[in-house]
Ligand binder design. Structure first.
Ligand code: AMP
Length: 555
């Protein structure tokens, strides 16, 4: 039988607030945690954001508050300002009909307001450890009356280096207080903290939410580290991304990636621990209001970020821990919507894939990056779609006049339209599709020159010159030869005979002069004598693999 809020013996004021909030029944963590916390024992809750853990500790705290005391009776430690504000707001929601004063305390905002609020008297303090410690040292914060202490997102506070501050704050409270420790994961340092400070704690593990990633399409690409930006750009070009969260490993990484994406025409911003409170809030509201589509974040900065409708989560850099992976991708596919989680693995990191799949008990689909021609096709389609929107709207009186004048001057309407398209597409030159190198299966014992691999892939059967060299370089190692890059490869079904056939035929050069050919998964390298290069490049657009155009450029 499922537990109802009415089974939990909550105060009528709290029941009324829950009704107003529209909660019909407790979530699993609430059903398990509330009765235990009400008895006053220490607890450990292994649960992540989204499970309803805030109400799980806020309701028993509110129930046990003694009104009219001036000193804080409950202290909640949060890793970030966002989470502290969110939790304080939740206390206000659940305490809407109770006489409770809640204060959020965090760095980056004025001391004066926080100190005077403390002087007036508060019941519940929610704060980040650094600022709480400051106020404790200044004797503005008195923790002597705290009866319940909550460590929210313990693992995050740990990874942000708050462990010493937390211990100091714990030491400043009476030994008789109740402690509730919440953490999505349980690293050793958290277990150590628990065994040092918690008294025979009861444990509740809510795994369900973590593992319900079934609504999320999980896809991955294997790319070399240096090609990650080019890879994500290609994905953005072809994917319908309405709101994306990208996880990068470092603070510096978030800025670099957001700038690089913005310069490629995708509206991107970043959020990391270096931002001031104001800047952080500005970024968040731009993201929420759809002014920016893409937010690049570190794991820490993304905590407390409460945004639904994220269509894509990208793991640009892998997390070290599969639990963090699940936590990240759980930000999409919320509220019954479908979500897509895309991960970029370097060849070396693919071993982590098995661990993640084992942990989520779900397989990920390997995908190939969109080829240059697919992107070109998509770009064309987008222009046609935009044209169709305007054709439907029909609001182009001035432009029609211009066209009329040109027709009167003797131009063909079809050609005018084609020339207009040409102008529209001019901006594409600013967005060249970057080449992506072939990935090699990673093998720690591999010959570092990689020569074994290129030999295996070489076109053996056609008597073409066997050049023992590394095809990842962009220059031919043969004197007088220039290396060209074709945007089709093995995955397009390209064979050496297609390369020779297309180039020799269309550029009108003898097939036998074409040098080494190296067909990779999504592209091909071919060496051509220097004197024929211009001739080959001038016929660009005429080379085809069946009906698809093969684009040729200098490697
Ligand atoms: P939390 O895990 O505490 O961040 O909560 C996640 C979301 O679930 C918040 O938006 C809460 O308002 C909501 N929530 C919490 N408990 C319930 C409940 N019993 N019924 C419906 N929604 C809830």
């Amino acid at each position: 039988m499922t537990t109802q809020f009415s089974d939990l013996n909550l105060h009528p004021d709290l029941m009324q607030a829950l009704e107003k909030a529209g909660y019909t029944e407790p979530t699993p963590i609430q059903a398990q945690m509330i009765p235990i916390m009400l008895t006053g024992v220490d607890v450990i809750g292994q649960a992540q954001t989204g499970t309803g853990k805030t109400a799980a500790f806020a309701l028993p705290i509110l129930q046990n508050l003694i009104p009219g005391q001036r000193k804080p009776q409950a202290l909640i430690l949060s890793p970030t300002r966002e989470l502290a504000m969110q939790v304080a707001k939740a206390f206000e929601t659940y305490g809407a009909y109770s006489d409770v004063r809640v204060l959020a305390i965090y760095g980056g905002s004025s001391y004066g307001r926080q100190i005077s609020a403390l002087k007036r008297g508060v019941d519940v303090v929610v704060g980040t450890p650094g600022r709480l410690l400051d106020l404790l040292k200044r004797k503005s914060l008195d923790l002597s009356a705290v009866t319940t202490l909550v460590l929210d997102e313990g693992d995050e506070m740990l990874s942000m280096g708050f462990i010493d501050d937390i211990e100091t704050l714990l030491d400043a409270t009476s030994l008789r207080r109740q402690i509730a420790l919440f953490s999505a994961t349980m690293p050793t340092a958290i277990r150590r903290l628990a065994s040092k400070y918690l008294n025979e704690p009861q444990s509740i593990v809510i795994k369900d939410k973590q593992l319900t990633v079934a609504a999320i399409e999980q896809r991955y690409y294997v790319v070399n580290q240096r090609d990650k930006l080019a890879a994500i750009t290609r994905i953005f070009e072809t994917e319908d991304v309405s709101r994306a969260l990208i996880f990068a490993r470092t603070r510096a990484g978030t800025g670099e990636l957001a700038n690089a994406l913005a310069s490629r025409g995708f509206s991107a911003d970043m959020i990391n621990g270096d931002l001031s409170q104001d800047a952080r809030e500005r970024v968040m509201s731009r993201f929420k209001n759809d002014q920016v589509k893409v937010l690049v974040a570190t794991d820490v900065a993304a905590r407390g970020l409460d945004i639904d409708d994220i269509s894509h989560v990208f793991n640009y850099d892998l997390p070290d821990d599969p639990e963090v992976f699940v936590h990240r991708i759980g930000r999409t596919g919320r509220a019954g919507k479908e979500g897509i989680a895309i991960t970029l693995f370097t060849p070396k990191e693919t071993s982590m894939l098995r661990r993640i799949e084992g942990y989520t008990r779900q397989k990920q689909t390997k995908a190939n990056l969109p080829s240059k021609s697919e992107i070109q096709k998509k770009r064309k389609m987008q222009i046609v779609e935009r044209m169709e929107v305007w054709l439907n709207r029909g609001r182009y009186k001035n432009e029609l006049e211009m066209v009329n004048e040109m027709v009167e001057a003797g131009h063909d309407p079809l050609e005018i339209a084609a020339a207009a398209m040409r102008i529209v597409r001019e901006s594409e030159k600013q967005r060249p599709i970057e080449s992506i190198g072939e990935v090699r299966e990673w093998n720690s014992r591999r010959d570092p020159s990689g020569s074994r691999n290129s030999r295996n892939n070489r076109d053996k059967g056609r008597g073409r010159k066997s050049v023992r060299e590394n095809f990842s370089t962009k220059r031919s190692h043969e004197a007088g030869m220039v290396r060209l890059n074709l945007d089709k490869g093995r995955s397009d079904g390209l064979r050496p005979s297609d390369v020779v056939g297309a180039i020799a035929h269309h550029a009108n050069i003898p097939g036998k002069v074409i040098g080494a050919i190296h067909i990779q998964d999504q592209q091909t390298m071919v060496d051509v004598p220097e004197q024929f290069v211009d001739q080959v490049l001038s016929k660009n657009g005429t080379y085809r693999l069946r009906k698809e155009v093969i684009a040729v450029e200098r490697a």
